[in-house]
Structures are given as structure tokens and as C-alpha cells.
Design a protein around this ligand. Structure first.
Ligand code: PLP
Length: 378
């Protein structure tokens, strides 16, 4: 009987999850358990050298003066708004197609989210920004959705003209570049999320704030730690919003891999683009962009049927986002209705997020591609 080497038997892929977080842990298990043991043995579980070291490394990576770690990406936005004195009576402009937290953070400080339509790149439609600015407008929040940079030059130019703050929601875009500068460093401050689903993540919640502004840095350093200047003196009512020391250690480890992981995503995006461009509309970078494909969002005809077909073949896909912010029940008091944001609503009917993550195997991606081609070519 012929005995074949185990590695020669190629198992046929029949199932592809949208994401599998266990794989990255399995690949780096020894290293991660080692650093967890070091931190647990050190006796410092909140703040300390590990946190400071991570923040320094993150600032160096992003090319900005300061990084502060916080409890999550939503708190990052809230803390930035607080330090900019954005609150009741103020308006903040943001895209309607984002994760709900962008609007939730504005509402959390008592300000009013003002929604804006998007362009085909899924980011703020800058042509519509100016019409939304009123005497109450305090800030614009571009979201670099899917890891693709928003049009920062135009946004900053408009903000300057009206003396508005710009706060980047870079929760999905760590490592993405706009004209060679990192997203999150192109405005007054940037927010990042370290949620397990994000490109740079920890094993729980986490967030970062990037800024070049000395005052903002000093403010938020106090605010994230109860407003305490030292153990006993509270200068200003603050929050408890720190990144656990343990998670900072993990984040620091992950930071050394982020370029590699992002490049793997970019490579997979290029393969999707090359193989699928004749059947679905795929995203591609403009010459001044370097996207990190937190999600690979394509536009597809017969999208719902496609998703159903893929699922029947074991392939999970998603929609980012099926209910846009203006149509969320929580947004009812803002007074928006269906039809208010035609581009976003049109895109919502066609968009599909395909599996993309650094541990996705070539065979698995091939299976996704073949199955999509089969759907359209019959
Ligand atoms: C994930 C995300 C957030 C919130 O980050 P958390 O860490 O989950 O609080 C905010 N904005 C966008 C665009 C996100 O994708």
C-alpha cells in the first residue's frame, strides 16, 4: 500500500471563518505566556514601566510626540473631547457609516453628533462638510474606516478656515499612511482601539491616544487616572481609564509585529483585487494612501444572495455596517430619516466584508475566491 507523507495530503478547505483569533495566540503562545508571567511576577498591575515603555514605542512607531494608553477606543475619544472642552451645546461632525462608538463618544460628553454622508471610499465626503458647519460646531471626526485614510488635507483645510478641532478616529487604521504620515497623527489627536478584532490588539479591551499637543497630553494623563497628580491630590474630576499593565505588555509585543501583520493583510487584499475585479467592485489605494485593510469591503451586485451562497459553502462574511448611525434607534432624537444620506444608504445595500486577517491561509482565501467566482459565473 502506498504511504503518503502527511504533509502531502492537502486537506480540502470547506470552511472559512470571518476571523479566528486563536490562531495568532497559538503562533506566539510561548512568548505571550512568558511575558504574562514576567508581569504577574513583577507585582505591578496598573501603570508602571511596562505601560510607559509601550507608550514610548507606540509614539515612535506612529511618529508623534505622545501616546497615552487608555481602557478602550471609546474612552480615548471621550477623553480627547473632555480635554478639548467639547460638551453640551457643541456639535461634532462625523460620518454616518462608522461603528456606533464614534457617535456614542460625542453623546457621552453631552455634545450633539452631526452626521455626514460618505464617498465611495467609505470615508467622510469632504464636499458635504462645509454645509454642516454652524456656530455650534466644535470639531470634525474623520474615521479612517476599514484602515483606509480619510482625505485629511481637505478636512484640515476646512477645519482651519472655521477654527475647528480635528480628532481622527483611527480605531481601524493603525499603521495606515496618508502621504507617508501615520493616520492618527494628522490632527489635534487620534484615537486607536486595541479591541481583539482590531489589527493591533490585546486580549481584552484597550485603547490609545496619539497627539503632538503638550497640553492635551498633560490633561489626559491626569484625566485617565482620576485627575490625580499624585497619590492623594485630585486636580480635576477624572475617570478610571487606564490600559492594564498586563495588556500593555501584550500590546508592546504585538507592536513589533504590526507592520508584518498589516503587510499580510495588504498582500491578501491585492490577491482579492486581482482575482475578483471582474465580478465585484474592490477597494484599491490611491497613490497617496497606504491602507491596512482592517476590513476588505467590496461592493457586490446581488449581495444578499452572494452572502447566503457563501455561507452555504461554509464561508462567513459580514456587513460593515448594516445599520448606519443615522438609522440607529439611539439616534432617533437627532431627527434623521431614511433618504438623508443617499451614498451611504446605497453602499449599505451593496457592501460585503470578505475574510481578511494575517493568519488566513492561502488555501482558504483561494476557496473564498473560487466560491465567489462560481456564484457569478454559474
Ligand atoms: C472599534 C471602534 C471604536 C471603539 O473602540 P473600542 O475599543 O471598542 O471602544 C471606535 N470607532 C471605530 C471606527 C471602531 O472601529
Amino acid at each position: 500500500m502506498e504511504v503518503r507523507n502527511q504533509s502531502e495530503i492537502k486537506t480540502k478547505v470547506t470552511q472559512v471563518s470571518f476571523i479566528d483569533l486563536k490562531r495568532q495566540y497559538r503562533q506566539h503562545r510561548e512568548e505571550i505566556l512568558g511575558l504574562i508571567d514576567n508581569i504577574l511576577s513583577s507585582g505591578t498591575y496598573i501603570l508602571g514601566d511596562v505601560v510607559e515603555n509601550f507608550e514610548k514605542n507606540a509614539a515612535k512607531y506612529l511618529g508623534c510626540k505622545y501616546v497615552l494608553s487608555v481602557a478602550n477606543g471609546t474612552d480615548a475619544l471621550i477623553l480627547i473631547f473632555k480635554s478639548l472642552n467639547i460638551g453640551p451645546g457643541d456639535e461634532v461632525i462625523l460620518p454616518t457609516n462608522s461603528f456606533v462608538a464614534t457617535a456614542g463618544a460625542v453623546a457621552a460628553v453631552g455634545a450633539t453628533p452631526i452626521l455626514c454622508d460618505i464617498s465611495n471610499d467609505l470615508n467622510l465626503d469632504v464636499a458635504q462638510l462645509q454645509a454642516l458647519i454652524t456656530k455650534k460646531t466644535k470639531a470634525i471626526i474623520p474615521v479612517h474606516l476599514t484602515g483606509r485614510p480619510a482625505e485629511m488635507d481637505k478636512i484640515n483645510e476646512i477645519a482651519k478656515q472655521y477654527s475647528l478641532f480635528v480628532v481622527e478616529d483611527a480605531a481601524q487604521s493603525i499603521g495606515a499612511r496618508y502621504k507617508n504620515a501615520m493616520t492618527g497623527t494628522l490632527s489635534d489627536a487620534g484615537c486607536f482601539s486595541l479591541h481583539p478584532l482590531k489589527n493591533l490588539h490585546v486580549y481584552g479591551d484597550g485603547g490609545l491616544i496619539s497627539t503632538n499637543n503638550d497640553k492635551l497630553y498633560a490633561d489626559i494623563k491626569l484625566l485617565r487616572n482620576h485627575g490625580l497628580v499624585n497619590r492623594d491630590t485630585c486636580m480635576r474630576w477624572g475617570l478610571n481609564s487606564r490600559l492594564d499593565t498586563l495588556q500593555a505588555g501584550i500590546a508592546n509585543f504585538s507592536l513589533s509585529y504590526i507592520e508584518k501583520w498589516n503587510n499580510q493583510r495588504r498582500h491578501m487584499a491585492a490577491i482579492y483585487r486581482d482575482t475578483l475585479k471582474n465580478v465585484i467592485e474592490t477597494p484599491s489605494d490611491k497613490s497617496h494612501e497606504h491602507s491596512v485593510y482592517h476590513n476588505f469591503v467590496a461592493f457586490a451586485e446581488k449581495r444578499d444572495e452572494l452572502m447566503k451562497f457563501l455561507l452555504s459553502k461554509g464561508i462567513e462574511t459580514k456587513i460593515h455596517y448594516p445599520i448606519q448611525i443615522h438609522l440607529q434607534p439611539a439616534a432617533a432624537s437627532l431627527g434623521y430619516k431614511l433618504g438623508d444620506f443617499p451614498t451611504a444608504e446605497n453602499i449599505a445595500e451593496r457592501m460585503i466584508s470578505l475574510p481578511i486577517y494575517s493568519e488566513l491561509l492561502a488555501d482558504e482565501q483561494e476557496y473564498v475566491i473560487e466560491t465567489i467566482l462560481r456564484f457569478y459565473r454559474g
